[in-house]
Design a protein around this ligand. Structure first.
Ligand code: GCB
Length: 624
């Protein structure tokens, strides 16, 4: 195609474009920007132009060469003006004339024809800035699914892989006073080497699904700060400065409501560790008293701020202890998908509150499994505020490319980013590293590396995974066993069980199912569930699957089975709300996994009350 353009015209374009292809430039080192969502900055969500690019022509030419000038959506070209200036010009795109969508949110609801689109979409908008001299600037994205390449004023500035963790890109010298053009290439395509891989049981929401902000910081700023109650009962901080004056810098941590001040100096690498005894007046965080404190860290010109709760969580034998006392996790699993007829993974604070309030107030839960990937900060902050313990996980799900070093690198980066982002959330109790992954040497090595990472990054929480079980027969009854070497590495074993749904067992037989599991650590039924279409009723003694009555009876029978597992420490049934899943296509499902206790629009099913009553009684018993 490039050969067909007159040379004179190419010369004119060359003046407009950087000498090297913009996306080949080396991006600056990424930063952590912990609690970046609370830093002052400008909101860049709202209206963006979008343009599909199924052949990725804006990235590469069709012989693999650099993208043709006619295709470079990221370039800073005023297409209509160019056309006016030279009627021989040719562009295969015009971002300014492209349709408009409101971000954040998955693109499937932008337009009917976007519903099943997977691939590359270009987003672009303009914003006005007034950069302050001496300060640094970062573009921070809460999440882009699955791969993002970011361009500012026609220059490539950075990229990120992974749909559920935040990233910040330094653009200090790239932001102009006045008008700026930001372009994001979002590619939702996943393959066998991705985390998660293409085959899952949820919707792959391509798009910019969380906040987009331009953040200004001092030249040296607190990039990471982890403030917590240690296992030995002290308040500790680990902080890291980023910038030219990071070494040997004075830092001061204050928690005014506790009268606490702690000062120290960073080492040569800008790191500081400080700790002190717990002030007597500290009120520990728990689901019953979700006390949070304003915490400030001062370092030079920077003021880092967060709201943090303090508590301990540990395992003693088969028990989970919260602040030294046994706790039974009355949970529910939740996908990151808002209530409504046409969800788009647009989790506003109100949308998150609607979901978590249904768990906390509706079900009397004290625990949520945030499946199957890191949920947004909006949700984990709200869990802190409402008092819900959290199982947080990375999408190491089903069939991962265990032998692929690049996949391991991706999973490790995701896990580390998730932990570093959320280490300050008191609600997070369990870091889970895998869901239903078959035992093999390659898988064990892969998950062993993730387990080591969790231990290295956070010694104040529990390590978990949802394991597969084997089924045999003993004394004429089914026997479920865990034969997975990963169990030895964990603090908490999760198992997902669907007897009576995916197995032909009669519901009446479920309570007699035996469980033979390691007896030295807690077990959580991290999933169990049955599909039901809200409003479908069947009053016969043996109701049909997908009726509300079947789901209700399934819950009763499974809870009776669970009551016989001595090491059981918690439940997170599958799940709160019906959610989009393209693999579910029968007449009751129509693109939704119907195992919700409430429908996608919030209609409660009969099983909701079964679990709510069970949890209410359990909470009353545990309070005594
Ligand atoms: C599972 C998976 C979950 C599915 C669920 C189901 O075991 O972990 O992602 O959605 O079963 O509904 O089959």
């Amino acid at each position: 195609m490039i050969a067909r353009l007159p040379l004179a015209l190419l010369g004119a374009f060359a003046l407009l474009l950087p000498a090297r292809p913009a996306h080949a430039q080396t991006p600056p080192t990424p930063v952590a920007m912990v609690a970046g969502d609370l830093r002052p900055g400008s909101d860049l969500t709202g209206q963006w132009h979008y343009s599909i690019d199924p052949y990725r022509a804006g990235m590469r030419g069709f012989h693999g060469e650099d993208a043709n000038v006619t295709e470079r959506r990221w370039a800073e070209v005023d297409v209509p003006a160019e056309l006016r200036r030279n009627q021989q010009s040719l562009f295969e795109y015009d971002m300014a004339a492209a349709p408009i969508a409101t971000l954040p949110g998955g693109w499937m609801t932008h337009a009917a024809e976007m519903r099943h689109y997977q691939g590359l979409v270009w987003y672009q908008r303009h914003f006005s800035a007034q950069p302050t001299a001496g300060k640094r600037r970062f573009l921070r994205f809460g999440a882009v699914n699955y791969r993002a390449r970011v361009f500012l004023n026609g220059q490539f500035v950075g990229e990120h892989e992974g749909g559920f963790t935040p990233f910040a890109i330094e653009v200090t010298d790239r932001v102009r006073a006045g008008d700026n053009q930001i372009t994001v290439a979002v590619d939702s395509a996943v393959d066998a080497s991705s985390v998660p891989p293409p085959v899952t049981d949820w919707e792959n929401y391509g798009g910019i699904t969380r906040d987009i902000r331009l953040i200004e910081t001092p030249a040296t700023f607190a990039d990471d700060a982890w403030v917590r109650l240690t296992r030995t009962g002290r308040i500790a901080i680990d902080a890291k400065l980023n910038g030219s004056t990071a070494a040997n810098a004075l830092m001061r941590l204050t928690i005014p409501a506790l009268g606490l001040t702690l000062s120290g100096r960073t080492d040569g690498e800008g790191r500081w560790h400080g700790e002190t005894a717990v002030p007597k007046r500290l009120r520990r965080w728990s689901p019953e008293t979700p006390q949070l404190y304003d915490v400030t860290l001062e370092a030079g010109d920077d003021r880092w701020h967060d709201r943090i709760g303090f508590r301990t969580i540990e395992r003693r034998g088969t028990q989970i202890l919260l602040n030294g006392r046994p706790v039974f996790l009355r949970g529910i699993s939740v996908h990151e998908e808002e209530f409504g007829n046409n969800p788009a993974r647009a989790i506003t604070p109100a949308a998150a509150r609607a979901l978590l309030a249904e768990a906390k107030d509706g079900l009397h839960a004290n625990f949520v499994r945030l499946a199957h990937y890191p949920h947004g900060e909006v949700t984990t902050r709200l869990a802190d505020e409402l008092g819900l313990l959290v199982w947080s996980e990375v999408p190491v799900y089903w069939l991962i490319a265990w032998d692929n070093p690049a996949t391991l690198k991706t999973a490790r980066a995701m896990l580390a980013d998730n932990i570093v982002r959320d280490r300050n959330r008191a609600s997070i109790a369990i870091w889970s590293i895998a869901n239903e992954t078959p035992n093999s040497p390659a898988r064990n090595a892969f998950l062993g590396a993730l387990a080591d990472d969790v231990r290295r990054l956070d010694d104040t929480r529990l390590l978990g995974a949802a394991l597969l079980t084997d089924r045999s027969t003993r004394d004429g009854h089914p026997l479920m066993t865990i034969n997975d070497p990963l169990a030895e590495r964990l603090d908490v074993m999760g198992v997902n069980t669907y007897n009576g749904w995916y197995s032909p067992d009669r519901l009446a037989d479920l309570p007699a199912i035996g469980w033979q599991v390691p007896t030295d650590k807690p077990l959580i039924l991290s999933e169990f569930g049955a599909g039901a279409k809200a409003g479908l009723h069947d009053d016969r003694p043996a109701p049909q699957k997908f009726s509300e009555e079947y789901q209700r009876d399934y819950y009763r029978a499974t809870l009776a089975m669970a009551a016989k597992i001595p090491t059981l420490s918690g439940l997170s049934p599958w799940l709160l709300k019906d959610f989009r899943s393209p693999r579910r296509q029968n007449g009751w499902q129509q693109g939704y996994n119907r195992k919700g206790l409430v429908s996608e629009t919030g209609q409660r099913k009969l099983a909701f009350d079964v679990l709510a009553e069970f949890y209410t009684e359990r909470a009353q018993r545990d309070a005594k």
